[in-house]
Write a protein that binds this ligand. Structure first.
Ligand code: AMP
Length: 194
């Protein structure tokens, strides 16, 4: 059983690595951004509420996001662990998550922070914007999302470092190279625990 939080700036390759890790460990990858996008695509009430914030590159309010995560973590497929991608995004969300997990008798085993150079990130996102036609991937909005990320999300890294849960991973290079570094960390943690 492994429960993981994946941290990294927008464009750090979180989504791709999340899928690879989830596949390897047989746990669901839970991406809040992905859940919002799916809901926007099928025009649900949740999607309509999220859209105005997402299109501006801002966080969807906690009153929408937290209950959605709570419901997702209650699904039976999280029993063998889960991977959170894009949540928590703020210290307030980290605290909500801590309380949720306590209530559910679950815990986080490791927080993986994928570190990348800012220029590399902007380049990657612009490429993805062309490929996926995401409405929140224009250069101006990317810059704003990076700024929002640094302000709100970096304190989370400190919060988990203080609990000895944080593992930094070099996010430069190819998908395979980054995944190999992540696997090294996961193997080491697994070995330490045995
Ligand atoms: P992502 O796919 O993780 O880059 O998320 C895309 C967008 O979804 C973000 O810019 C936010 O508008 C919204 N979002 C995703 N996760 C969260 C979260 N934990 N809290 C608030 N908004 C979020």
């Amino acid at each position: 059983m492994t429960s993981i939080i994946l941290l990294g700036a927008p464009g750090a390759g979180k989504g791709t690595q999340a899928r690879l890790i989830a596949e390897r460990l047989g746990i669901p990858a839970i991406s809040t951004g992905e859940i919002f996008r799916t809901n926007m695509a099928s025009d649900t009430e949740l999607g309509r509420r999220a859209r105005e914030y997402m299109d501006r590159g801002e966080f969807v309010p906690d009153s929408v996001t937290n209950p959605m995560v709570q419901a997702r973590l209650a699904a039976p497929d999280t029993e063998r662990g889960f991977l959170l991608d894009g949540y928590p995004r703020t210290l307030a969300q980290a605290h909500v998550l801590r309380d949720l997990l306590v209530d559910m008798g679950k815990r986080i085993d490791v927080v993986l922070a994928i570190e990348v150079d800012e220029n590399e990130v902007v380049e990657r996102i612009l490429k993805r914007a062309q490929e996926q036609h995401r409405s929140d991937d224009t250069e101006e909005i990317i810059r704003h999302r990076l700024e929002v990320y640094h302000k709100a999300t970096e304190p989370i890294a400190t919060y988990y470092a203080d609990q000895d849960l944080l593992e930094s991973v070099d996010g430069s290079g190819t998908v395979d190279q980054v995944f190999a570094r992540i696997c090294e960390v996961l193997d080491r943690i697994g070995t330490e625990r045995r």
